[in-house]
Ligand binder design. Structure first.
Ligand SMILES: Nc1ncnc2c1ncn2[C@@H]1O[C@H](COP(=O)(O)OP(=O)(O)OP(=O)(O)O)[C@@H](O)[C@H]1O
Ligand code: SF4
Ligand SMILES: [Mg+2]
Length: 339
């Protein structure tokens, strides 16, 4: 399989300033050492509770911010070189034709759309910025994009506020596709929509990925959505990835205690297999001072002394990558404790 992106020990710490001299006194460790390979053509789902760092990861990839440290290696198609874009300046990325290859669709399209702009201009804007296409050819391209997302030429001269939430999300997808990207980050793209509309947008995204050979990172905390759309899933907890596996493998055989807890929260009528309900104690600790050792140890029902001292690394165990000292015993521990 061909890698499109590699995140290597990626960190994003937001400094907190205080005291008379407004010095840095601490930092929010939003991402604290993320290692992740993303393969061309896949839909990688990223799940985890609110605040675990999903959006911070998305924003680092599409360059809405620079990470504090680590690498983001991008392997664009038809380039003989790969690029560490982690700290590359937007101007430099544009010059190399990289900027337009990585795009994002947000949860709420209204924030990324000027209500005073016509749909035609919303979609044409990135084309004008990145190419020399003008006039009739530009309009034809915008119509082609509208049709790709299930809209028509009749929508060209309307304003975004005239559309429903689902239609606005289609316009946002058309805009994201305008520059022929290779990689799309979809950050909770359907969570503001009604369930029936959600399904339509998910189907659209799924067919576009296959048709245009796109790669997605699909961020959500909705596990059934991610199960439906993703080919592989990464589970995040407090700024780190704790488990990655193919979707089917993860749902059939979750290994990390946190993944088990997340999946056991889904009503069993929505799953093919019965899961033992694992209730986690307490809240997610603050990313200002994440726990020493395994950062899940304060809530893990199976924590031992070692977990408080030593941080587990993400290890390949065949079909899964898991960061847990007790990965080989978890299933047995769950059967005993929650029988
Ligand atoms: N600009 C910022 N300054 C300081 N802290 C921030 C900033 N942006 C995000 N954070 C913090 O970083 C952590 C990770 O935030 P992030 O938005 O990536 O979480 P998330 O997984 O996307 O959550 P959600 O599911 O709620 O969208 C959170 O603790 C958040 O409060
Ligand atoms: S390393 Fe320890 S605390 Fe962390 S998930 Fe595994 S058993 Fe639980
Ligand atoms: Mg988010």
């Amino acid at each position: 399989m061909e890698k499109i992106l590699e995140l290597k020990n990626l960190k994003k710490h937001y400094p907190i300033y205080g005291g008379v001299f407004k010095k840095e006194i601490n930092s929010v460790k939003a991402l604290d050492g993320v290692d992740l390979d993303i393969y061309r053509g896949e839909c990688l789902g990223v799940v985890g509770e609110s605040g675990c760092g999903k959006t911070t990861t998305s924003k680092a990839i599409i360059k809405l911010h620079d990470p504090t440290s680590g690498e983001i290696i991008f392997h664009p198609k038809d380039h003989k070189d790969s690029y560490d874009i982690a700290r590359m300046k937007p101007r430099h990325m544009k010059k190399n034709g990289l900027r337009s290859k990585l795009q994002m669709v947000f949860q709420d399209p209204t924030t990324s759309m000027n209500p005073r702009m016509l749909v035609k201009n919303i979609i044409a804007e990135p084309i004008i910025e990145n190419t020399n296409i003008k006039g009739k050819a530009l309009e034809d391209r915008v119509v082609e994009l509208l049709e790709m997302v299930g809209l028509t030429r009749n929508h060209l001269y309307r304003y975004s506020h005239e559309f429903s939430g689902g239609q606005r999300q289609r316009i946002a997808v058309a805009r994201a596709l305008a520059t022929n990207p290779e990689f799309l980050v979809l950050d909770e793209p359907t969570s503001a929509l009604d369930v029936s509309v959600q399904a339509q947008i998910l189907n659209l995204m799924d067919s576009l990925r296959k048709k245009l050979n796109l790669t997605y990172m699909f961020v959500t905390h909705h596990l059934l959505v991610v199960k439906y759309i993703s080919t592989r899933i990464a589970v995040m907890y407090l700024g780190k990835i704790v488990e990655i596996a193919e979707t089917e493998k993860l749902f059939e055989n979750p290994v990390h205690p946190y993944t088990n807890a997340l999946l056991s929260g889904i009503p069993s009528t929505d799953l093919d297999i019965e899961k033992k309900r694992i209730i986690l104690k307490g809240d997610v600790p603050s990313p200002l001072n994440p726990p020493e050792g395994c950062r899940f140890h304060t809530r893990c029902p199976f924590a031992i002394e070692l977990c408080k001292k030593k941080e587990p690394v993400l290890e390949d165990i065949g079909n899964h990558k898991v960061a847990c000292h007790r990965k080989d015993e978890v299933q047995e521990l769950i059967s005993k404790k929650f029988a």
